[in-house]
Design a protein around this ligand. Sequence first.
Ligand code: BYC
Length: 317
Amino acid sequence: METAQSTLPKEEMLLAKFEEKTAAGEAIEPRDWMPEAYRKHLIRQMSQHAHSEVIGMQPEGNWVTRAPSLRARQILLAKIQDEGGHGLYLYSAAETLGITRDEMIQQLHSGKAKYSNIFNYPSLTWADIGAIGWLVDGAAIVNQVSLQRTSYAPYSRAMVRICKEESFHQRQGYEIMATMMKGTAEQREMAQDAMNRWWWPSLMMFGPHDTDSPHSADAFRWKIKRHTNDELRQKFIDKTVQQAELIGLTVPDKDLRWNEAKQGYDYGKIDWEEFNRVINGHGPCNKQRLSHHIRVHNEGAWVREAAEAYKQKQKNN
Ligand code: BYC
């Protein structure tokens, strides 16, 4: 017997099934039919996410040789290695959508693909490594915990694994900040200065306010996003302000107030002009980050060629 759906043209029928599935909260696997716009949306977001993980290794790498102890250096090295691994899971997950890693890297190098605003700021002192772990990984976790339930199954599976590792990163950063706040006046000042410089860019990591977020409507319809940019930003602020107070750091926002009615903090205006400048290539370190990536990628060409030659040899044996 014919159902109402089967009288529709094939493409419309597939779309109706897809929408039904995502609305019911079911996961989409790579072999499932999906609309082109869903595929493109995911490639954009997942490749941006992968690039962020890899570019994010640079500000941290800046401190490997200057870490204050062997323990701190070992932990930092392990963290940076984790970020490279996160990039790999995400590139692999994005490849299931029919784009190659080479294409994604080309889009990064040409400026077509973005990466997180946050990695265009310099890491000036050891306290910045604390602030990156605590605030930047802290913000990333809030976003990524929500993405564990995203509708595209390979992305969701990558997020589960990444979140486990990120929670160590957040604690590593908080430990650095807490230790510095128990130190000399100079060390406390250094920690506060890092907090002042990283706080606002960390809030920008969640993207523009919901009213100015062009991709959110599709992301919600297809359950790529489960929470809005503003909901996640609020969650991050509420948990982080308390952590700051506990170790004696001041949040650099004169408008920050507890709002009893909403059971959350009200906060000051975010400088969206700065955000737009930074994501459009004019932040303090954009040129440096990208040219470093291009140089190292080109220097590594022989590794890719050797791996490819080995693969061919195995095939022919
Ligand atoms: N930075 O419509 P919207 C880490 C762009 S790394 C740059 O709200 P969407 C770590 C956006 O792309 C973790 N650009 O977009 C690594 C769009 O422009 P296009 C990184 C941003 O996608 C190493 C436009 O603004 N995490 O943890 O619905 C060391 C309009 O925005 C940003 C992720 O990547 C930004 N912050 O929502 C330490 C999470 N925000 O593409 C730590 C995955 C917005 O039209 N991504 N834009 O040119 C997401 O969840 C979402 O893509 C966002 C934005 C919430 C970021």
